[in-house]
Structure formats: C-alpha cells, structure tokens
Ligand binder design. Structure first.
Ligand SMILES: C[S@@+](CC[C@H](N)C(=O)[O-])C[C@H]1O[C@@H](n2cnc3c(N)ncnc32)[C@H](O)[C@@H]1O
Length: 222
C-alpha cells in the first residue's frame, strides 16, 4: 500500500483495488480505525471513485454544505475539496460506533482526513442528526444524507432536513440505488425510500438531477 495514499475508495468486482493487494477489505483486523490512525492503512471510504468525483462536483461553489454520517471522513473530504473557498461544511455524526469510545479512533481519523483540505471552514457536530435538526436555522445549499440507513431513519432525515434546502439546492442520498456490480440491494433503507418517494410520480417541488452508482441526487426546483 502506497504510503502517500490518503484514502481508499470502494472498488467494484473486477476493478483493481485502490489500496493494492493488502487493501483493508482483505484483512479484517485492518478495518479497525486504529490501524488508519497509526498509519497502517489509509482512511477507508464507503463509496466508489465515481461517487467521490460526483460529490466533489456537486459541492462546487456551494457555501453551506451539510453531511449526515461522516465515518472516517472521506466523503466529507470530497465535499470540502469541491465547495467554495468561503464555504462552511457542517459534519454531523455522534461517532457512537467506536469500540473504544475514550479513544474513538473513527473520530480521530475523520478529523485528520477532512483536514487534508483547507477549503473553507468545518463545523463538527457530534450529535444525532435528529437532535441537530430541532435547532437548525440555516439555509442549506447541499446536504448528503448518509447516516442511519434504516428506512424510517432515512425518511426522518429527508423530512427534517429537506425543508432547509434552498430553491436550486441539492439533496444527495448515498446507498440509495441498486447498480451493476454494486453492494446495495432492494432491501436497503435508502433504496426503498428513494424508490417510494421519487420513482412513482416524484416529490412535488423536487427534480431528479443525477444518479451515479449508489448516489441519488435531487434538486429543489427554483
Ligand atoms: C455509512 S457511514 C458514513 C460513510 C461516509 N459518509 C463515507 O462515505 O465515508 C454512517 C455513519 O453515520 C453515522 N450515524 C448513524 N446514525 C446517525 C444519525 N442519526 N445522525 C448522524 N450520524 C449518524 C455513523 O456513526 C456512521 O459514522
């Protein structure tokens, strides 16, 4: 694995692994975020290279960008690299899944990953999205929904956050499409929600903007 590799993205069956033969997926113990923290592996994305490029592209020029569900921070890095120089990136994740909460290596790796870019400002919000939504006031240019994947939880994020997206702004769902050689199935919560909301007549005031791998991107009509 190259020492200069900052992160690895998900490679689909038949594609070369970005991390080489010793990529984390081949060694279960390497998956622990402590291994990324001490430099045994790069940060692990949970998305493909195409999805990474799409996140960066959709963040371009955006000034208020929100991500629900940060994990090791690679999608947040894509958003930060793409967004405007004077933008603010709000990163919402309670980081409650750490097996060593005192050390919380996931959070430490996320912070380091996101700091690979110096674009704009980053605000870390270590809470559940549903708790943050209660007091939210800002108009949002782009929000990536990638937190709790249970269908009711994704629906709650959509209902509680989409109203803050300005006309012309964007909502991106991750793990929300079944695609060739991909990991998603029709049972995934985000897939079920997006199909239910957007595929049968659509959502009033919203237009499907792009679909790439597991990403489903919708824009609020102007
Ligand atoms: C699929 S991972 C995110 C992957 C990340 N966006 C990426 O592409 O690398 C899901 C994350 O959501 C967080 N999470 C779970 N429930 C949440 C909630 N209700 N609000 C915010 N974050 C949540 C978890 O702690 C976990 O880090």
């Amino acid at each position: 694995m190259g020492k200069d590799l900052r992160y690895v993205v998900v490679s689909l069956p038949g594609e070369p692994a970005t991390g080489g033969a010793d990529a984390p997926k081949d060694s279960p113990w390497l998956r622990h975020s402590a291994c990324a923290y001490v430099g045994l592996r790069p940060a692990m994305a949970q998305h493909t290279a195409e999805e990474h490029a799409a996140l960066k592209k959709w963040a371009a020029g955006m000034k208020c960008v929100v991500e629900i569900g940060v994990a090791e921070g690679v999608s947040a890095l894509a958003l930060r690299e793409g967004m405007a120089e004077d933008a603010t990136l709000y990163l919402i994740d309670p980081f409650h899944l750490s097996r060593l909460p005192i050390l919380n290596f996931i959070k430490r790796v996320a912070r380091r990953t996101v700091n690979e870019s110096r674009h704009g400002k980053v605000v870390w919000i270590e809470k559940f999205s549903q708790d943050v939504a209660k007091d939210w006031k800002e108009s949002i240019d782009l929000i990536l929904i990638d937190g709790d994947h249970a269908e009711p939880a994704v629906e709650r994020d959509w209902q509680e956050w989409s109203g803050f997206v300005r006309p012309g702004g964007t909502v991106i769902f991750h793990d929300a499409r079944v695609f060739e050689k991909g990991w998603t199935t029709p049972d995934y919560g985000p897939v079920k929600l997006v199909n239910r909301l957007f595929r049968n007549g659509g959502v009033a005031g919203w237009t499907i903007a792009e679909e790439i791998h597991s990403l489903f991107i919708a824009r609020r009509n102007k």
